[in-house]
Design a protein around this ligand. Structure first.
Ligand code: P6P
Length: 319
């Protein structure tokens, strides 16, 4: 009988000061999971009728998830502020002595909910440095003290790291996140590539050549299958467990990439590296990029070391 380890116990064992942060995210995730599960029976689906700071149509569930994350994290005495994809500016709390900043996408992929496809909450935790909130938010990904996501699918699973490996916690019938996987490692080279090939014509040439190289089996003779869900957390979760590579290269529509550095690429990059994988924007390691503004976008190639390093090499050689 394996001993049941709850999320808060796991965090407290390694990083006790982060226990409240993860307790806040877990409480929010419980509410979000329930709202998503029953969305078809309420008026929770559909557009909220406003656009967010990205100029994107907000879904009602985006607003719900954002409100719930801010509610629970604001109650954690150690959280100084939140930064959300849904809000232009940080939300600052009056928690005296608080030192953590939680940066998140409250519900990524929400446009998939009405077709019952997995969606997720992605979060990154930075530490307040010298009382300078703006500078602390814009720290490089290497400075993250923790990162994780919650994937809402057939089961609700939180995957997290506090810098000493990656663990997964499944939400049980009592509303507890119970450890279901520990010391997670990405396979060295995987069977899948995951990308929206409809954009291939507008990628830089080196990315098309890279994909052709994979499909020829030129990378250690490996052959690949294509898997693309179009929901970042779901595509990343499969890549973490099964291996391979997820790519969102620069496109004509998004020359700097579509995904966001602070609350999508950086947390997933920390998880990938902690699981012996890698994450780049093409030429550079994601976690070494110096953020300039909260909602900046980046290209993201993340997954097993072999594929990501081969892509980085191809892009650097094409310069
Ligand atoms: P495309 C969902 O809208 C999202 O932000 C990510 O979850 C996902 O990886 C990406 O966009 C999909 O983008 O252009 O392939 O539809």
């Amino acid at each position: 009988m394996t001993t049941k380890v709850a999320l808060e116990q796991h965090v407290a064992a390694g990083s006790p000061e982060l226990r409240e942060v993860f307790g806040g995210v877990a409480a929010a995730a419980r509410e979000i999971a329930k709202q998503i599960r029953l969305a078809g029976l309420s008026d929770a689906l559909g557009a909220y009728g406003a656009v967010n700071v990205q100029g994107e149509q907000q879904q009602k569930l985006d607003v719900f998830a954002n409100d719930v994350m801010i509610k629970w994290l604001g109650q954690a005495a150690s959280v100084a502020a939140c930064v959300s994809e849904e809000d232009e500016a940080p939300v600052v709390f009056a928690n005296a002595g608080a030192k953590y900043i939680v940066i998140f996408d409250p519900l990524d992929g929400s446009s998939n909910i009405d077709v019952n496809v997995n969606v997720g909450t992605i979060f990154s935790v930075q530490e307040l440095q010298g009382g300078d909130l703006d500078a602390s938010i814009l720290q490089q990904g290497t400075k993250q003290v923790a990162a994780g996501y919650v994937v809402y699918g057939p089961s609700t699973v939180m995957v997290m790291t506090t810098g000493t490996g990656v663990a997964a916690f499944t939400l049980d019938d009592n509303g507890e996140f119970i450890r279901s996987n520990d010391a997670m490692q990405m396979p060295e080279q995987g069977p899948y590539y995951s990308t929206n090939e409809a954009n291939a014509a507008s990628w830089p040439e080196a990315y098309r050549e890279y994909l052709a190289m994979l499909l020829r089996g030129d990378l250690n003779g490996k052959t690949y299958s294509s898997r693309y869900i179009g929901s970042l957390v779901a595509d990343f979760h499969r890549t973490l467990l099964k291996g391979g590579v997820f790519l969102y290269p620069p496109t004509d529509k998004a020359p700097k990439g579509k995904l966001r550095l602070l609350y999508e690429a950086n947390p997933l990059a920390m998880l990938a590296e902690q699981a012996n994988g890698a994450a780049v924007n093409g030429p550079e390691r994601i976690m070494e990029l110096q953020p300039e503004q909260i909602h900046q976008r980046t290209a993201l190639i993340v997954g097993s070391k072999r594929e990501v390093e081969a892509l980085q090499k191809a892009v650097l050689e094409a310069r």
